[in-house]
Ligand binder design. Sequence first.
Ligand SMILES: Cc1cc2nc3c(=O)[nH]c(=O)nc-3n(C[C@H](O)[C@H](O)[C@H](O)COP(=O)(O)OP(=O)(O)OC[C@H]3O[C@@H](n4cnc5c(N)ncnc54)[C@H](O)[C@@H]3O)c2cc1C
Length: 377
Amino acid sequence: MNVGIIGGGVVGAAIAHRLSPHSNLEVQVFEQNPPNHLEATGAALGVLSAVISSKLKGKHLKLGLESLRLYEALIPALIESTGLSVPYNRHGILQLFFDAEDFARWTKTQSVRQQQGFILEHWSRQELIERYPELAEARSHLTGAIAVGAVYSPQDRQIDPVALTQALIQGATQNGAQFHFNTSISSFRIEAGAENQRVTHLYQGKRQGKEENAIAVDWVIVSAGLGSAALTQTLAQPIQIRPVLGQALHLRCPNAMRIDSPVINGSDIHLVPLSEDELWVGATVEFPDDKIILEPDPLALEELWQKAIALYPTLAHAEILRTWQGLRPRPEERAAPIIERLPGYQNVLIATGHYRNGVLMAPITAQKIEAYLEAAL
Ligand SMILES: Cc1cc2nc3c(=O)[nH]c(=O)nc-3n(C[C@H](O)[C@H](O)[C@H](O)COP(=O)(O)OP(=O)(O)OC[C@H]3O[C@@H](n4cnc5c(N)ncnc54)[C@H](O)[C@@H]3O)c2cc1C
């Protein structure tokens, strides 16, 4: 059975890795970019925040929590099978609060999570400062208020998204999956069926108006991030996905972080420790409005920088090593992510529109796609 996966970001790579051990499946991934040239995945901070979500129930929360559980087994297995290093921060997430009412509301979240089998610790300001004296001066950039307390989530994680994707690709390749880079899929050969249509071939491009390089497939998985919009349009079942821009910073600040530091969250930003001397800070959330070309806003980057300093004042002395930006694939007028069979087709599955949580949700997405295929075969 030939499975063609379109898109080799973290989602497509996770799906290929999950399907690759199945001896009845020939897995091929088609990625328009060269190797190691990642789109949204290459810009992500890799924060896996599910337990500390403010949601109490619902599909999104369930997917996040299940994916987090999958990560715990996936990462050691991936490191062992590939021999690659995949930086994985197991020290949790520490979220700071600057508003007493907001902080008090989290006691409810804490008890709901406990029933769901997860831990959230509710620390008073005193407890926070005892554990993290360096956060005594943490402030809200917006109001100037100091932290009234914190919620510590020991089971949330952070992973290097590029190292993860490379390991997933290598692991899948070792199991026999094939990755075709510099290969953009532009259209499909479609066959009418009794009820639904079938895609029989993927086309790489057109030359002199004629489709060329037909690749025979039994199943198609569209995991092309923002590119999924054009592909589903070609299949006459358009799924609207809009870009939401994010900017981030890589800082150096000697001895600023502890070696066992959790990700620190506050004022809607993350401080992601990389070592005692380096960290990532992100990310801005910039909507396109009606602009055709989405340009990064320098004021938004400056605000991110000021928020980071308010949260962790020692960063005022930090050196900016790098800034970058990326586009998150966000479904229009639909909840993220979209993991389903494409209406009107028997053999097209969609795994896209993961917006702000594609790294978190890559393993559960792959598991869901595997379940669709197993049920259909
Ligand atoms: C600044 C920033 C910070 C983020 N931080 C986090 C975070 O902390 N945690 C988290 O979970 N998520 C985070 N995200 C979101 C995360 O990056 C995305 O949800 C995730 O990377 C989506 O993965 P993907 O594989 O669907 O998309 P992509 O990584 O965009 O991959 C899709 C791939 O499909 C390819 N493609 C498109 N069209 C075609 C075609 N026609 N033929 C062949 N190939 C095609 C593209 O080249 C691309 O490589 C962040 C995003 C940004 C921008």
